[in-house]
Design a protein around this ligand. Sequence first.
Ligand code: DX5
Ligand code: ZN
Length: 226
Amino acid sequence: MVELAPSILSADFAHLADAVQAAERGGGTLIHVDVMDGHFVPNITLGPPVVRSLRQATRLPLDCHLMIENPDAFIPDFAEAGADWISVHWEACRHLHRTLQLIAHHGARPAVVINPATPVDFLMDVLPMVHHVLVMSVNPGFGAQEFIPFSLDKIRRLRTLREELGLHYRIEVDGGVAHETIAQVVQAGADLLVAGNAVFGTGRAEENCQSLLRAARIAAGEMQPA
Ligand code: DX5
Ligand code: ZN
C-alpha cells in the first residue's frame, strides 16, 4: 500500500495543528517532520519541543527526518518527545550502525537517508536493520525544489535489492514529489511518499492530499482511474 507523508515544512508554522489535521482528513497516514540544524543543511527548523506539541495534535505516526550533525546527541530527546520513526543521514553518521541501534533502543523505528550524491550500495550492510530507506530526490534543506530524475534509479535498485535479499524495508522518497512526478516515483517502487509544497504550498491541504493519493494509488494499481 502506498502512503502519503505530508511534510509540514511547507505549512504555516503558527498553525501546525491545523495543518496536520487537514493532512489527516485528506488521507495522509504519516506526518513527515523535517528537522534542520543550520550545519548539516543550510536551514533551521524545529526541535523536540515542537515534536512534543505535534504529538498532542495528531495520532498519526510522526516520521522525523533528522538533517542534523551528531544525531546521537538528540535521538533520545526526539524519541521521548514522541517521534515514532527517526531517520538519519548516511552522510551525517560516522558510526551509522550504532546510531540505528540507538534509535531502536529508544523505541523508535530506525531509518537511513541518502542524499542525491550517495549511492544505494553504501547501505548494503545496514539494510537488514532499517524500517525504511529514505531516498532524497532533492538536496536537503528546502521545500519546493525540482525533483532529480536519477532518484528513480535508486528507488528501483532498492526494490530489486529488497527482493534479492528477502528483506522488508519500505522505500520512501522525499523532494519534488508532486502531481507531475508522483506516478513515476510509485512505478519505480516507492511506497512512502513525502510531499511538502504539493500539499501545503498552494490551495487546500486536504484536497491536495486527496488528489496526490489518488494519483499514487492509480500508479500503484491499487485503484482504477475514474
Ligand atoms: C527537504 C525536506 C523535505 C521537504 C520536501 O530538505 O527533507 O521533506 O519538505 O518538500 P517538497 O515536497 O516541497 O519538495
Ligand atoms: Zn524530509
